[in-house]
Design a protein around this ligand. Structure first.
Ligand SMILES: [Zn+2]
Length: 503
């Protein structure tokens, strides 16, 4: 039997500015899933990238008085820097304007939809928000303005290619309600079903090449038009696997994968849970198995926008405070449903309280006590220490609890299971007071000595378990914890801080 194959993707952001903390959230969540599944024997491909072919990029470059190519390249580099800064295990990165795999994939996809009779030309007039790259009906606007950008959309009249979305409402509804295509959390699933039930209208999938400033992929057979950036961008999930270039990865990681998991923000739900699956149905390709939708972060109570310069630059934060602190805040404080507010103060408080004081201090104490009372030699297998039942249970159940939480894309709940080990271990230390057992042992109490062995053994087991279960969440810290708990030549190393205090 071959190991399960899991394909995990993040959305590809527009590169019209540098990344902010909201981008870090999605890619760190994806990294946790990828690491957890690899740790449990799955084969995983973790895919990320940048969306270069957007009109927004063209406009932002013009505003910065810079060439589009230079502008896009510079910002794309800043996004790629997230990988090393946050200790991400991205397997592959696609840049839609640069990658030789992308354009053939988009063209093949277009032709597959055309062969199914699902693209056609139509004269169209509508209200277009360039910020969203989307047409809106007057009913979708708030006082005539885009609710996402608070700008007045342009009236645009042009002849475009359309995709026959109206044909796929029934099939999409069936895929979602049967669970063939999971959309999580449930509130988002209901939102998608309500949108489908409202009636799906065909949508425009091309723009005049002239309006796009020549930027983008020409429509096959019609160079006067470029392919709509969303059609283009969504194809990245298969073009990166070589869908258009006959690459084997496509068969292995799309057609043959057990799970195809997309992570995305609530603002692009409709594109991923309606347009994209409909395009896949049209092209006769398998649907994703899971779509997980996260909410947004604010920074200091304010909406984060790429251009606001809100001080929440994840690369700079990781450089100053370390990737552990940034990852821990994102995973530990952001709820599965609902927005969360980022501040540096909160990130520091969380890291110092739980990582430096809670977890780091525990490991440090345990290694120091084994050094002091047992000369660094780990006591052999011991009966469960009296009063250590809750700790033993926290260790025993951690993996199943983490697995169940991650299956629900509940990252905060998953950290609860990890944290429970440290919390129970600290309680246990304070309850059994090993230093008193050591004192009694020194004054000739052999029973106290045996108890101390059992206590130290249980505590080291907890620290070792932390090293294992922390690995998907805080990979760098997990290495340090494991190193502290691993004897060399029969002895544990000298105690060294696992986390530095930030505050
Ligand atoms: Zn908009």
């Amino acid at each position: 039997m071959t190991a399960p194959h899991t394909y995990i993707t993040t959305t590809i952001p527009y590169v019209n500015a540098r990344p902010h903390i909201g981008h870090a959230l999605e890619i760190v969540q994806a990294d946790v899933l990828a690491r957890y599944r690899r740790q449990h024997g799955d084969r995983v491909r973790f895919q990320a990238g940048t969306d270069d072919n957007s009109l927004k990029n063209v406009l932002a470059a013009q505003a910065a008085d810079e060439g589009v190519r230079e502008f896009v390249d510079r910002n794309a580099e800043a996004f790629l820097a997230l990988g090393p800064a946050l200790s991400l295990t991205v397997d592959d990165v696609i840049r839609t304007s640069r990658d030789a795999r992308h354009r053939p994939g988009v063209e093949r996809f277009w032709q597959a939809c055309a062969a199914a009779g699902d693209v056609y030309r139509k004269r169209y007039e509508g209200l277009y928000c360039t910020g969203c790259e989307q047409f809106y009906s007057p009913a979708e606007l708030r006082a005539g303005r885009c609710s996402e950008h608070d700008t007045e959309p342009q009236r645009v009249a042009e002849e475009n290619w359309f995709f026959r979305l109206s044909r796929y409402g029934g099939a999409l509804r069936a895929a979602i309600t049967s669970g063939e295509l999971r959309v999580e959390p449930g509130g988002r699933r209901n939102e998608v079903l309500a949108f489908i039930d409202g009636g799906l209208e065909d949508f425009s999938v091309s723009r005049p090449a002239e309006r796009a400033g020549g930027w983008g992929i020409p429509v096959p057979g019609d160079p006067s038009q470029v392919i709509y950036v969303w059609f283009d961008a969504l194809c990245n999930y298969v073009s990166a696997l070589g869908y258009g270039t006959g690459d084997d990865a496509y068969r292995q990681w799309w057609v043959g994968a057990d799970r195809r998991i997309h992570l995305l923000g609530k603002g692009v739900l409709r594109f991923h849970a309606v347009y994209w699956p409909a395009m896949l149905l049209s092209a006769r390709l398998p649907l994703p198995t899971d779509i997980f939708v996260h909410d947004y972060l604010t920074a200091g109570g304010r909406k984060i926008s790429k251009s606001s310069g809100s001080g929440a630059d994840p690369v700079a934060l990781a450089a100053e405070y370390g990737p552990d602190a940034v990852r821990w805040w994102l995973l530990r404080e952001v709820p599965r449903v609902g927005d969360a507010d980022f501040t540096i103060e909160r990130m520091i408080a969380r890291a110092d309280d739980e990582l430096a004081n809670g977890l780091g201090n525990l490991v440090n104490r345990v290694v120091a006590m084994i050094g002091k009372y047992r000369d660094g030699r780990v006591p052999g297998p011991q009966p469960v220490a009296v009063g250590g039942e809750d700790l033993a249970a926290a260790i025993r159940h951690a993996d199943a609890r983490i697995g169940a939480a991650l299956e629900d894309f509940d990252f905060r709940q998953a950290t609860v299971a990890v944290w429970a080990i440290a919390d129970e271990a600290n309680r246990f230390v304070n309850r059994v007071r090993p230093w008193e057992l050591a004192k009694a042992e020194r004054s000739g109490d052999a029973q106290a000595g045996r108890e101390l062995d059992a206590v130290l053994s249980a505590l080291l087991m907890a620290c070792t378990a932390l090293g294992v279960h922390l690995a998907p969440f805080l990979p760098d810290a997990a290495v340090r914890v494991t190193s502290q708990c691993t004897p060399r030549d029969g002895r544990l190393p000298d105690p060294a801080p696992v986390f530095r205090r930030l505050g």
